[in-house]
Write a protein that binds this ligand. Structure first.
Ligand SMILES: C[S@@+](CC[C@H](N)C(=O)[O-])C[C@H]1O[C@@H](n2cnc3c(N)ncnc32)[C@H](O)[C@@H]1O
Length: 217
């Protein structure tokens, strides 16, 4: 069995020629994508050879073919093609930013990203070259995970789109309310010596409150 987070990522993979799973660790997304015939071929890579041993063991366990493993820091050792679907999940934004800070990334047209943090920074960074095709929210083991499908192209986004997600802000009342309450507890903790930070976050929460009123219409 795979986690709900991985299952949700898997459901975004359909009729793909090749999946490039960067930071694959256990390799389970690629394995299940092959088993469920969502993809024809998988390259599963990781910077850490030990992680790849886990992926290799799972490839044997689940008896899948058409899946190669390879050690690589991001895209360094990967021969990317235009019709590849790239997956980067379970990492922080700084690592994702580092991975995309590689000229090879300009060839990518489709990428699924699940960042563990800094979603505003992630959306701001990625929407310089991609637009947001789809977004999913998963609540598992006490955490919200946001999974974003980016496609090559440019769309205009408001601040609130980048902060909450352009689809999520209209569809996920519980998540949006959670973010509002989380920010509220942060605002209460910020001392008056950090007045600007307090005002900034208060303004963001004012925008989120307006967004919540959309759900109550
Ligand atoms: C928490 S695991 C996530 C595994 C899997 N993608 C998932 O979502 O469950 C993060 C993996 O990313 C790998 N990683 C970290 N930095 C990387 C980089 N620059 N390039 C490739 N893999 C990296 C780590 O070695 C680790 O196996």
């Amino acid at each position: 069995m795979i986690s709900l987070r991985l299952k949700t990522i898997l459901n975004l993979i359909n009729n793909e020629k090749r999946l490039i799973d960067i930071g694959c660790d256990h390799g389970l997304v690629g394995i299940f994508a092959l088993k469920e015939q969502r993809v024809k071929e998988v390259i599963a890579s990781d910077i850490n050879p030990k992680s790849l041993s886990a992926a290799k063991a799972n490839i044997l366990k689940y008896n899948v073919s058409n899946m190669k493993t390879l050690v690589s820091d991001g895209f360094d050792n990967i021969d990317l093609k235009e019709d590849d679907l790239v997956l980067i999940s379970g990492m922080g934004f700084k690592t994702i930013e580092h991975i995309f800070n590689n000229d090879k990334s300009s060839i990518i047209n489709n990428v699924i990203i699940q960042s563990n943090n800094d979603l505003y920074d992630l959306r701001k960074h990625m929407t310089k070259h991609f637009y947001i095709e789809d977004e999913k929210i998963v609540f598992e083991k006490g955490h919200y995970y946001v999974i974003i499908f980016f496609k090559k192209g440019i769309k205009k986004y408001k601040f609130i789109d980048l902060y909450l997600g352009p689809k999520i802000r209209f569809e996920e009342k519980e998540y949006v309310t959670f973010i509002y309450n989380h920010n509220k507890s942060l605002i209460d903790k910020i001392g008056n010596n950090n007045f600007i930070k307090k005002m900034k976050l208060s303004y963001i929460n004012y925008l989120i409150k307006n967004q919540i009123s959309y759900f109550n219409k």
